[in-house]
Design a protein around this ligand. Structure first.
Ligand SMILES: [Zn+2]
Length: 152
């Protein structure tokens, strides 16, 4: 499958579909205008996407309040991941636009836990097998267990 950047304004955004579906079992952390959820592709076990809840492509499309909220949700997701999965390292990435070869046309941080050294091979997201929804829900439950008690 060739690389595809889906930024068709009339098209369906998978992230917006997820937000609209409201499946809380996949949500790890939530802010006022953002959330972290377990996506269908898991480059490493426990990967989350941290997204604004409204459709935005570029970081400059966020208000300052939305940008702050997004980063605080990312921070909460990092804490939950490190605690729940007992990992000391993670890879946090953000690619914006077709030239960066980002297939998702919805701004996000991808948070990938690291359990050993950096990967020696790279697999494009579209080549990863989708993770079953029940497994994703189990990952979400496990990650929420790493949140501070007041955030549950
Ligand atoms: Zn969207």
């Amino acid at each position: 499958m060739p690389y595809v950047h889906d930024d068709d304004p009339e098209g369906v955004c998978g992230v917006c579909e997820h937000v609209a579906a409201g499946d809380e079992s996949l949500v790890v952390a939530r802010g006022a205008t953002s959330l972290a959820f377990v996506p269908s592709r898991q480059p490493t076990y426990g990967t989350t996407l941290v997204v604004p809840t409204r459709h935005v492509l570029h970081p400059l499309d966020l208000s300052n309040e939305e940008a702050d909220d997004l980063f605080l949700t990312l921070r909460a997701a990092v804490g939950a991941t490190m605690t729940a999965l007992d990992c000391e390292s993670s890879h946090i990435s953000q690619y914006v636009g077709a030239l960066a070869e980002e297939p998702t046309a919805h701004l996000h941080w991808r948070l990938e836990p690291r359990y050993s050294g950096p990967p020696t091979t790279w697999t494009p997201l579209h080549r990863l097998e989708p993770t079953a929804r029940d497994e994703r829900r189990a990952i979400g439950e496990r990650l929420r267990g790493g949140l501070p008690a007041a955030d549950h």
